[in-house]
Design a protein around this ligand. Structure first.
Ligand code: UD1
Length: 324
């Protein structure tokens, strides 16, 4: 199948493209390289440098495409609160531009990367797909709005979708083929590994007084290759069913910041400096999700999301970038 992957040169996109190629599909990477990098464009994939904000570029890229996997977007929660216009343009207007071009080109299937951030403060754990959605950030709001738009485009234009609500994406390709690191990372794992490499002098734990077992924040960390395999299952689903679907991609298990730091120190043998700082505003104490629906409906299971594999694969990617 010929598949357009917007944001295909990004961290998650490159892992998705690798698995598409392995499964015999023809992925076309569409990326403006604002966050993604050419290093991340997997050999064998077609590459178009373009922007989802350009109707003509998107329309041209949709030529011969059967399914769109839409990952392009901005994802820094903090920045979305200080620069909302940027997020409105890229995540909202960009998605609308893409959807309108899909109608024009007659492309009827889309897989959209949404986020755990659509839920907001957890009322019930593990979070299921019918948990109330009340985003705490503008980033989460943009994802939720696109989800709602997709339901309308389905009803009015027959575009069928699979929405994936990703939990915390971590880890690197277990084969070591993808080595592109995130620039100026905001998330925990890349920050920790920059400390392992000596590129930053310490890691700050954002709060150690949460009502969790060790007082630090708990999240559902899912290996990026497991996220990627979900997209293959979604392609099969859209091929066989004429209806749309919203599912969590998660592990069902929570891991604390302190547990991750301990695991990384053990695996790397580097005793980097750790300090305790104040909680980050808007951070819930713990989040983890039920992945039962993805298991039952898509037949998807995570296989790389144990902490040892997450830490080992990330360490290797950072070691491969040592000289940069
Ligand atoms: C957030 C979003 C998630 C989104 C992701 C992408 C929410 C609820 N979650 O995840 O949907 O896909 O960003 O960017 O909005 N931490 C530290 N020190 C650090 C960095 C992080 O202690 O230097 C802690 C945080 O407090 C948190 C955990 O590590 O407990 C994970 O943080 P992070 O990697 O930033 O992801 P989330 O905020 O959970």
């Amino acid at each position: 199948m010929r598949i357009l992957v917007t944001g295909g040169a990004g961290y998650i996109g490159s892992h998705v493209v690798k698995q598409l190629l392995r499964a015999g599909h023809q992925p076309v990477v569409f990326d403006n390289l604002s966050v993604g990098t050419l290093d991340n464009v997997i050999t064998g994939a077609e590459f178009i440098e373009g922007d989802i904000l350009s109707p003509t570029q998107v329309l041209a890229a949709l030529e011969g495409i059967e399914v769109v996997i839409h990952l392009a977007g901005l994802k820094a929660v903090g920045e979305s609160m200080t620069h909302p216009a940027k997020y409105a343009w890229n995540n909202l207007v960009g998605s609308i531009t893409l959807l309108n071009a899909m109608i024009e080109a007659g492309v009827k299937k889309i897989i959209f990367s949404s986020s755990a951030a659509v839920y907001g403060e957890p009322i019930e754990l593990p979070m299921k797909e019918d948990h109330p959605t009340k985003p705490l950030s503008f980033y989460g709001h943009t994802k939720l709005e696109v989800e709602k738009l997709l339901a309308w485009y389905d009803q009015l234009s027959g575009i069928k979708f699979v929405v994936f609500r990703y939990f915390n994406a971590v880890g690197y390709d277990p084969d070591g083929d993808i080595k592109g690191l995130e620039r100026a990372p905001q998330n925990l794992l890349p920050i920790i590994f920059e400390a392992v490499m000596g590129w930053r002098d310490k890691v700050t734990i954002f709060g150690d007084n949460y009502p969790t077992a060790d007082g630090t924040g708990v999240r559902d960390y899912i290996h990026v290759s497991d996220l990627a395999s979900g997209h293959l299952k979604a392609l099969e689903y859209l091929d066989k069913n004429n209806n749309s679907l919203t599912v969590n991609l998660a592990t069902g298990q929570g891991t604390s910041v302190a547990e991750i730091i301990k695991a990384v120190k053990q695996e790397s043998g580097v005793d980097f400096k750790v300090e305790i700082g104040p909680p980050r505003p808007g951070d819930p104490a713990q989040i983890f999700a039920s992945a039962d629906k993805a298991g039952a409906v898509l037949g998807w299971q995570p296989v790389f999301s144990d902490m040892a594999t997450i830490v080992k694969t990330t360490f290797r990617a950072y070691e491969q970038n040592k000289k940069n």
